[in-house]
Design a protein around this ligand. Structure first.
Ligand SMILES: NC(=O)c1ccc[n+]([C@@H]2O[C@H](COP(=O)([O-])OP(=O)(O)OC[C@H]3O[C@@H](n4cnc5c(N)ncnc54)[C@H](OP(=O)(O)O)[C@@H]3O)[C@@H](O)[C@H]2O)c1
Length: 382
């Protein structure tokens, strides 16, 4: 291995669904996506029980031979990995450079804080925190400790995100006139126990915090980053939340954001009881045609450019399939962390703190304007 390769030793905080997906992607050979400057190792797993940490590690060690992530097991990327029965032991482990936080939303603040205080860099799952106050505390702590900190909005780093931005921002379709983005999925929550994190108020349940980051990421990438917007934050024009009957968290949320510099309104929607349209989860409607992205908004691979009849240079509708690589697509954000750490950065230019702050602030405003059980709740920093 060349000496210029940046190795990141990851500590995984919690052993649930997303920690599994992320850890598997860390074990995919970076060369399969041309990331020849990066090496990921997993050196610690932290769980509330040692048994669960050990079972998680055993499962990784036992990955099937025919899966791309098996490569890391066979090439020593899990070698000497420790399984701890607490998160604190991972924060304290000198063989860990960076934490990946995969706990329920309401724990992101304390886990990230613990990691930064332990001198670790941190990649924290979305939503970054429960509210803006918590996020601002963490940003201040990252600056004080001089540690890298990023919200794990993986969609930003997928090849399709760059392709869609390039098309819309090039002006090929003319000015943007209207925008909508939706992440709705019927989770059949009536089958969940009341303790399930999607519906439990004590785990910051509800659709806006869990699903909202995805319509938001497309809004930020397409509209906020539009050259004519000059990075002007949008205004929340209206919002509405309906209640999930068993626990009074938000079941469906709709909000409208106004991008004044573009003269564009963005409609965002989330629902955990209604399936989103398969053929349209993001629609960017422009003067000369539309760009439509197929479901799911967190990892889409197909989009369509549909010109309006008799206007503009594009004459025919075309469907595009974005580039993909082996693995589940969470490795792109891990590569970004490794490169930022290598370059001594505290934040990512592609996923900067200010943009997490903007999205977090509209989640706060929507919650306060609504009538869910979380309406007046503050995070731990409040
Ligand atoms: N990027 C994405 O696409 C994506 C997808 C899904 C979820 N997420 C985010 O990832 C986070 C976790 O979601 P998940 O679906 O992975 O959840 P999950 O499967 O329920 O796992 C959460 C883990 O957190 C730990 N935990 C600590 N305190 C807990 C408590 N009081 N109750 C339940 N679990 C607790 C548990 O691990 P231990 O027992 O090992 O401590 C648990 O396995 C959420 O913030 C979510 O928004 C992101």
């Amino acid at each position: 291995m060349s000496p210029s390769v940046q190795t990141i030793r990851w500590g995984i905080i919690s052993t649930g669904g997303i920690s599994t997906a992320f850890s598997r992607d860390l074990l995919v050979n970076p060369a399969t996506r041309d990331a020849n400057d990066i090496e990921h190792r997993i050196t610690a797993i932290g769980s509330r029980t040692k048994e669960s940490a050990q079972a998680f590690l055993d499962k990784l060690n036992d990955l099937p031979q025919d899966e791309a992530c098996r490569w890391g097991v066979d090439h020593g990327k899990l070698k000497d990995c420790k399984a701890y029965g607490s998160y604190q032991e991972v924060y304290d482990d000198p063989n860990v450079d960076c934490l990946y936080i995969g706990t329920p939303h309401n724990f992101h603040y304390e886990n990230t804080k613990g990691g930064l205080q332990g001198g670790k860099h941190v990649l924290c799952e979305k939503p970054f925190t429960f509210d803006l106050k918590e996020l601002d505390e963490l940003i201040a702590l990252a600056k004080e400790k001089k540690r890298f900190l990023m919200e794990a909005v993986w969609t930003r780093f997928q090849p399709i995100a760059y392709e869609v931005q390039q098309i819309v921002h090039s002006g090929k379709l003319g000015k943007v006139k209207r925008f909508s983005a939706d992440f709705s999925t019927d989770m059949k929550p009536d089958n969940f126990p009341l303790s399930h994190r999607i519906i439990a108020p004590e785990l910051a349940g509800g659709g806006i915090l869990d699903l909202g980051p995805y319509p938001s990421v497309w809004t930020m990438m397409v509209l906020y980053h539009h050259p004519d917007n000059k990075k002007t934050p949008p205004k929340l024009l209206q919002s509405r939340q309906t209640l999930y009957h068993r626990t009074n968290v938000d079941e469906q949320t709709t909000l409208t954001l106004g991008f004044e510099a573009l003269n564009v309104e963005a409609d965002l929607r989330t629902s955990f009881t209604c399936q989103g349209l398969a053929g349209n989860c993001v629609a960017v409607q422009c003067e000369e045609g539309d760009l439509i992205i197929d479901f799911p908004p967190y990892k889409p691979t197909t989009y369509h450019v549909v010109p309006h009849a008799d206007v503009g240079k594009i004459k025919e509708a075309k469907t595009y399939h974005a580039k993909t690589h082996p693995g589940g697509a969470m490795h792109y954000e891990a590569d970004e962390v490794a490169r930022c750490v290598r370059d001594g950065k505290l934040e990512s230019e592609r996923m900067p703190w200010e943009e997490s702050r903007i999205v977090q602030s509209w989640f706060d405003d929507v919650r306060r304007a609504g009538n869910t059980v979380l309406k007046d709740r503050h995070g731990k920093a409040g």
